[in-house]
Design a protein around this ligand. Structure first.
Ligand code: GLA
Length: 750
């Protein structure tokens, strides 16, 4: 049983194959967090809590004579404001009488087999026999508010999800000012925080800091999960590495405003709170109304960061992404954005399709500019009907042309946006999110639609489906290209404006669900100016997300590596684009660009009409390599090999098939040196006693045979290496010279 409650000790045991999570109801009905970590047998871990009287940490009234028992020092499962806990709280309320105090105590609990579904929100899917769910209802008997803490335990996957439902059971309205999805107190740990910050075109940069006695907040107020701070944080031992040490992950499954707050308290315990960002948020709950928070996915391992990533990759692939695309090979695509931007017409698009087909590409995606009056990015958004001046045959003739060549076809939309210069805005100016009394903040000269309104969602749904129904579509690129400001709905009363941002997300999720439901065969690739909405919430609807508007391979090494800490390789949209690169002007060899893009969904983003025949042949070769290793890359285990120190010289990473019969090592030199060190690369995840041989080498070093850059060239055909030799000694590569040289080495078990 993954969930057990011991009546006598009042302890909840949540047990997975390799982790244990415990809570205890104390004598005052407070729900304490007593343990999260490696298995501990059946031991009640509450012995770890010591009663220490700390000055200015007060007591509950009934416990006033036991000064060592304070809401401010006890590890709590869901901290509240006003009841003596002065740390970061998980929930905030304003009662009808103005009081802000909330004091939640245990009321009841229930265990069910299977997994709860969240109302109107994405959630981790679960089969009945693989997950159990515990609901603990806490209540404030004075305020008459209940909070149901919901835990789903995926025992074989070492994952626990959490969400909360807050219900007003009083007769009076109350206002929520904060409603986090989880809070946890990790006792007396000294840990580092790893988080993924960034900016447009430089998303998910890895940053690791040692926690100090203050509150770190990782969050977004931009209306989306953002390029700037991903809703995924890791806490790990100071000495944890990729392959060793304790690590905790907390991933919020939400695409809007969020906050991950991490506080080291006076006694050295760490509190982690994760949920919808509370700045600008409020939610009115009338009698019997409930508020459902998004879900948080928690994971723990003592096996290092690569292992933690694996736990997230597996749950996302198997329980979050739409299952229709799990086991089918996705086509290698070409997108015309960097190839043409807005300058195209039917003739040029048909030529592009032909040229792409010549190069062996499997799907064509028509990006921005096909609709309304859209010749640049100042007009047309919202008018989802084809621009027949540019495309007289409509979307159909393009889709048909691709189809006639055996290629699939995809189309770009930006459903949640509107330009002032559009028919939609002229007809419905109040459908944009904007403060009626002031000029709006603009972003890319566009406004955000008020997706909190059902009529807006209905309208966009109808206009999208007209286009979708007009042609044979296999794919939609779903974009979102500005931060939200002036978050004000013209349809909500004044006292509900704090609900707008979350209601917007509910509307967007509703639109995504409707499209998914009615067109289950169409794959959605999420996008928000690249990876501005790269989160587990979007992955519930779209199994891949355009990772970044920065398609330059060397910058991409860091972007894709940062993304891979939480998200699987098959979710990362990655394309080979032209060189010099359009975002930073860097020149990188074709093959290095391909080796980097292959560690993603793989495609091209350039004008294939400009390719020479040799380049087309090269693309054919790259596609055949990618397709050959497709299962290994998309379904194998991914390991980061290089660390920050090594990466001053080169970056390397690796895939291993689940049966350990083959592996693929990639390495890109980012700082070529004269008289350099030998790149020693220790592999991961192989069968220690298996024997492996190098089966294929694919390298950018093309002025000499590809193999020439690899030491052991002579022996490569005959030599075999034990898994242990490759993992403990490593491969010794010859230094690679030239401009951003790279190599991809395929190993197979003999
Ligand atoms: C965003 C996307 C790009 C492209 C443009 C089109 O920036 O990330 O890939 O689709 O919009 O306007």
């Amino acid at each position: 049983m993954a969930i057990v409650f011991d009546e006598k000790s009042k302890v909840f045991f949540l047990t997975t194959s390799n982790t244990e999570y415990q809570m205890k109801i104390n004598e005052y009905g407070m729900l304490l967090h007593t343990y999260y970590g490696s298995p501990v047998g059946k031991t009640d871990m509450s012995f770890l809590i010591k009663e220490v009287d700390r000055g200015f940490s007060g007591n509950t009234y009934e416990g006033r004579n036991r000064r060592g028992v304070s809401p401010d020092t006890l590890p709590l499962e869901y901290g509240t404001y006003g009841a003596g806990d002065f740390r970061v709280n998980a929930v905030g309320v304003i009662l009808d009488n103005g009081s802000r105090t909330l004091d939640l105590r245990y009321k009841s609990h229930v265990v069910i087999e299977g997994k709860n579904e969240l109302e109107n929100l994405p959630y981790v899917r679960g089969e009945k026999d693989s997950v159990s769910t515990l609901e603990i209802i806490l209540e404030d008997k004075t305020a008459l508010i209940e909070a149901s803490l919901i835990y789903s335990v995926f025992d074989k996957k070492d994952i626990i999800t959490r969400s909360v439902v807050i219900k007003n059971v009083s007769d009076n309205p109350i206002r929520l000012t904060k409603a986090a999805s989880m809070s946890v107190d990790l006792l007396h740990k000294k840990m580092d925080l790893i988080h993924f910050h960034g900016r447009h075109a430089m998303e998910r940069q890895h940053e690791r800091v040692s926690l100090t006695h203050d509150i770190h907040v990782v969050g977004s107020k931009r209306g989306t999960s953002s390029h700037h701070n991903n809703p995924f944080v890791i806490l790990c031992d100071h000495d944890a590495t990729e392959n060793h040490g304790e690590c905790y992950g907390f991933m919020l499954m939400y695409s809007g405003n969020h906050a991950e707050e991490i506080e080291v308290d006076q006694a050295g315990s760490i509190r982690v709170v994760s949920g919808i960002g509370s700045e600008g948020f409020s939610w009115l709950l009338n009698k019997n109304d409930s508020f459902v928070t998004p879900e948080v996915i928690m994971a723990y391992t003592d096996g290092g960061l690569n292992e933690l990533s694996y736990l997230y990759h597996r749950i996302i692939l198997e329980n979050i992404c739409p299952k229709e695309f799990r086991d089918v090979k996705r086509p290698v695509l070409i997108n015309n954005w960097e190839g043409t931007y807005f300058s195209f017409n039917e003739k040029s698009i048909l030529e592009i399709i032909d040229a792409a087909h010549d190069a062996g590409i499997e799907m064509f995606v028509l990006d921005d500019g096909w609709f309304g009056k859209r010749d640049d990015d100042n007009s047309g958004l919202g008018d989802w009907f084809v621009n027949d001046k540019k495309l007289p045959g409509g979307i159909k003739s393009i889709a048909d042309h691709a189809d006639s060549l055996g290629m699939k076809f995809g189309l770009w939309f930006e459903p949640e946006m509107v330009n002032e210069d559009s028919d939609l805005f002229r007809n419905h100016p109040d459908w944009a999110l904007r403060d009626p009394d002031r000029a709006p903040v603009m972003g890319r000269n566009q406004l955000v639609l008020d997706m909190s309104r059902k009529e807006v969602v209905d309208y966009i749904y109808e206009s999208m489906t007209k286009v979708i129904d007009s042609a044979k579509l296999s794919y939609i690129k779903w974009d979102y290209n500005r931060s939200m400001a002036n978050i004000y709905s013209n349809a909500l009363p004044a006292d509900r404006q704090g609900e707008t941002a979350h209601r917007f997300m509910l509307g967007t999720y509703d639109l995504l669900s409707r499209i998914r439901k009615n067109y289950p065969h169409i794959m959605i690739e999420g996008c928000s100016g690249g990876g501005g909405r790269f989160d587990a919430g979007m992955l519930f609807y779209s199994p891949q997300i355009w990772c970044s508007d920065n398609s330059e391979a060397i910058n991409r090494l860091k972007i894709q590596k940062g993304t891979g800490y939480g998200y699987p390789i098959s979710t990362m949209g990655a394309h080979v684009s032209a060189s010099p690169n359009h975002q930073n002007g860097r020149v990188v060899p074709f093959r290095t660009r391909a080796i980097v893009a292959m560690s993603g969904t793989f495609g091209y983003e350039l004008d294939p009409r400009k390719l020479t025949n040799d380049e087309k042949d090269e693309i054919k070769k790259e596609i055949s390599i990618f397709n050959r290793y497709y299962d290994l890359i998309q379904r194998g285990r991914y390991y980061r090999i290089s660390d920050e120190e090594t990466e001053k010289y080169f970056t390397s990473w690796q895939f291993v098939s689940m049966d350990k019969k083959e592996a693929l090592l990639s390495l890109v030199v980012t700082d070529v040196r004269a008289n350099p060190e030998i790149p020693y690369v220790k592999l991961c995840g192989l069968d220690p006693y298996g024997e492996y041989e190098i089966d294929n080498i694919f390298s950018s070093v093309d002025d000499v045979p590809a193999e020439a850059g690899i030491m052991l060239k002579e022996e490569k055909v005959k030599a075999t290496y034990s898994g242990n030799a490759l993992m403990n000694g490593g491969l010794a590569l010859d230094p690679l010279y030239g401009v951003y040289p790279s190599v991809q080495i395929h190993l197979k078990k003999v």
